[in-house]
Design a protein around this ligand. Structure first.
Ligand code: IVH
Length: 720
């Protein structure tokens, strides 16, 4: 569409006002981001404002001015550093936010190039580095200038600071170094070093950086280059500006040249031939963006038309090339308000502060809470209740409060978090177990209802006794009811529960008018006509509790909430000792002879049994018929002793857990990766790469029938 075909509709005063207010907010955000390295908007919020402005100007082109943020690159420079004019203008990138928008861009570029009688056959795909754009000028191979991007024409001269970055060579090497070359790239702060930097800033009483990109900007734009030198900044180059006497025909060729001169380039770029391969690259990056081998944060993928003649056909707009596009991933970092910091009581009494936030969507889910681990961590992050905080949820990782947006504190009421001195549930005085422990605990493990709830809920979990209907709410209703005495003061009586015990357990519920009412949890309401009776879920819970009595010994052991004794140690102990009595009778030294059981676990286990109310749990469970012994051969008669097995693919007669159990209960070790130490790899249907690896390494492979033979009779059975 050409200018002349656009029908210019006159904007109304309201639309002008809307445009101006969007521009003002964007310019202010740019000033904070580029000028002060202290943004108050998250990237996602900024992108949304830009998208709104682009849409408004597309609907009403009469609003667009040459100095609109949609027509400019970045921001005019401030005067803290001397201005420097870039030999060639530095452009920005246009963004797309979905794969279909990306494919539309690809199709448009293909059409434009086809109109000129050519065809795009090379697409250069690379990572979009979340750092700070930087321009380097080399004359006769010597670094003579380093500058920020600024408004694209004039940046800030930060040459002394750039010289302090180890990855940037002072001199280019090789025979084909041109007389003048301008190199563009991204300076970044390595992800792995970011947390450590913030911790040391807070310790020194300084404000932390909200993210690694700001840390890069703040570290690079330092008045004192020594500060820059003390930070582990690095750079990746992704383009050339002016280049005299450089012979390249494709963008990727420029990368090869730069790498040859000793400049840092990315190992992750890839030239592909088709749109489907571009989509594959995007998927790959989405799955690998948090791999530790990728040292920098990345917020998307950049796709470039590789051939420089095709680039020339496509040309540029005032702010960005038409031959490149940034595909931005959904945000993993957003800003939200920290409404409160509360504390939770864990099943072993550990007190954990957690953030309560205004719910926000981040990386595909809505988040309102995040653990803050302990009081030291709250201090280390420098967050205050009432702050606007940066919330991060990287991939499938648990949401994390990164830190406060310190610049937004002004005018907000914020207060420091104070760790309580008493348990919020039972009132017991909190204390660390050992003097230098970071965690503090509620010592009242026998009577604290919160701890009983947590233990009971953990006991019902899949990895323990697998009582599906005993979830957190049911556990809380049993151990910490709103009124009356709890049905269970701890887990000792769990297996003696009868339906009638549950009749009077009440919980608070909100009705549709928002009023709080008391209702039975395990029973139906009942009125004059209808009898109150156990709900189907309550009956299911009782049935499941009954079935759980016959779970393998390791699960019973795991269900006891003994500190440090997780499923791995529980399996090993059950396999070695064969019964709860034998484990209880074993000395610390004997316990430590079990594979995977160290002194800490052994000590904790031994101390646990010495506590009378703990011993009572085991006794009451045993009296109720809970399995307290493994029905496999004890130590010495274990056919798989000393063998390590890896199972890959689906077996018809075993679930994944079942196969592991079958191996460990016979004294073998179940591992998830194939190595020289692997004795056999059991291959089911649709095996993964482990089968191929086993073959490659010469590890014996068993099918399911051979696996069964091994379980029944040990390696000798295989030989026959
Ligand atoms: S090429 C003329 N490639 O993202 C094309 N830029 O949001 C200019 N960026 O201004 C840029 N990774 O500072 C290019 N692989 C990459 C990049 C990249 C990050 C930055 C660059 C650009 C900004 C736009």
């Amino acid at each position: 569409m050409t200018e002349s075909t656009i029908e210019l509709i006159d904007p109304t005063p309201e639309q002008r006002h809307q445009w101006q207010s969007l521009v003002d907010r964007i310019v202010e955000a740019q000033d904070e981001y580029y000028g002060r390295d202290a943004p108050t908007l998250s990237d996602a919020e900024y992108d949304q404002l830009m998208r709104d402005l682009i849409a408004l100007e597309e609907a009403l082109p009469g609003l667009r001015t040459p100095d609109s943020p949609t027509q400019r690159v970045g921001q005019a420079v401030r005067n803290e550093f001397p201005p420097v004019t870039h030999p060639e203008r530095m452009l920005s990138l246009d963004n797309v936010f979905s794969e279909s928008e990306l494919m539309d861009w690809v199709a448009r570029a293909q059409r434009t190039v086809a109109d000129a009688g050519r065809e795009v056959t090379r697409w250069l795909c690379e990572l979009k580095i979340d750092g700070l754009a930087c321009d380097l000028v080399y004359q006769d191979g010597r670094l003579v200038s380093g500058a920020t991007r600024g408004d694209g024409r004039v940046g800030e001269d930060i040459t002394p600071n750039v010289r302090a970055i180890k990855a940037i060579p002072q001199r280019l090497r090789g025979a084909n170094v041109p007389p003048l070359v301008e190199v563009r790239g991204e300076v970044f702060f390595p992800v792995a070093d970011f947390e450590g930097l913030n911790a040391s800033l807070v310790e020194a009483g300084k404000a932390p950086f909200a993210n690694a990109r700001n840390a890069a900007a703040g570290s690079l734009r330092q008045k004192d280059p020594q500060v820059t030198a003390s930070r582990p900044l690095s750079m990746i180059c992704h383009g050339l500006g002016v280049h005299d006497g450089v012979d390249v025909t494709v963008q990727s060729g420029a990368y090869e040249l730069m790498a040859g001169w000793g400049l840092p380039t990315s190992p992750y770029y890839k030239v592909v031939g088709t749109p489907a391969e571009i989509a594959e690259y995007v998927t790959w990056v989405g799955q690998h963006r948090h791999d530790p081998s990728i040292l920098h944060e990345l917020d998307g993928v950049v796709v470039k038309v590789d051939d420089l003649d095709d680039q020339a056909i496509l040309g540029t707009t005032s702010r960005a090339p038409r031959w490149a596009i940034a595909y931005k991933f959904p945000p993993e970092e957003v800003n939200t308000e920290l409404l409160d910091i509360k504390v939770g009581v864990g099943r072993t009494g550990r007190i954990t502060p957690f953030a309560v936030m205004t719910p926000v969507r981040v990386a595909g889910s809505t988040v309102a809470r995040a653990t803050l681990h302990n009081a030291f961590e709250v201090k280390r992050k420098g967050v205050r209740i009432g702050d606007i905080v940066v919330l991060r949820k990287a991939g499938d990782v648990i949401p994390e409060v990164v830190g406060p947006v310190v610049e937004l504190r002004e005018g907000r009421e914020t207060r420091e978090f104070v760790m309580p001195t008493n348990c919020p549930v039972c009132g017991a005085e909190l204390r660390p177990e050992k003097e230098d422990d970071k965690d503090i605990r509620c010592p009242n493990s026998e009577h604290c209802p919160a701890q009983a709830t947590e233990r009971l809920a953990a006991l019902g979990a899949r990895g323990a006794l697998d009582i599906e209907a005993l979830g957190y709410e049911a556990a809380a209703a049993l151990t910490n009811p709103v009124e009356g005495t709890p049905v269970l003061s701890n887990e000792a009586g769990l297996f003696d529960l009868k339906a009638e015990d549950l009749a009077h357990v009440m919980v608070q519920r909100q009705n549709k008018d928002g009023e709080t009412t008391l209702e039975p949890f395990f029973f139906t309401k009942g009125d004059g006509k209808k009898r109150s009776e156990p709900t189907a879920t309550a009956l299911q819970m009782l049935r499941e509790i009954d079935v759980a009595k016959d779970r393998p010994l390791w699960r019973v052991l795991n269900a006891l909430s003994i500190r440090h004794v997780g499923p791995v140690a529980a399996r090993a102990l059950a396999a070695r000792f064969g019964s709860m009595d034998a484990i209880r009778a074993a000395s610390v030294e004997e316990l430590t002879q079990t594979d995977g059981v160290g002194a800490v676990i052994a000590q904790s286990l031994s101390e646990w049994f010495e506590v009378p109310w703990h011993a009572n749990i085991v006794e009451r469970w045993a009296a109720a018929g809970v399995r307290m012994a493994e029905d496999v051969a004890p130590v010495g008669e274990q056919p798989l002793a000393g063998l390590t097995l890896v199972v890959t693919g689906t077996l018809t007669g075993f679930s994944r857990d079942g196969a592991t159990e079958a191996i460990t209960s016979r004294g073998g070790k179940a591992s998830s990766s194939v190595s020289k130490a692997t004795s056999y790899v059991v291959v089911g249907e649709n095996p993964g790469s482990k089968a191929a690896k086993a073959e490659e390494m010469g590890v014996p492979i068993l099918d399911e029938a051979q696996f069964q033979a091994l379980l029944d009779g040990g390696p000798d059975a295989l030989a026959s």
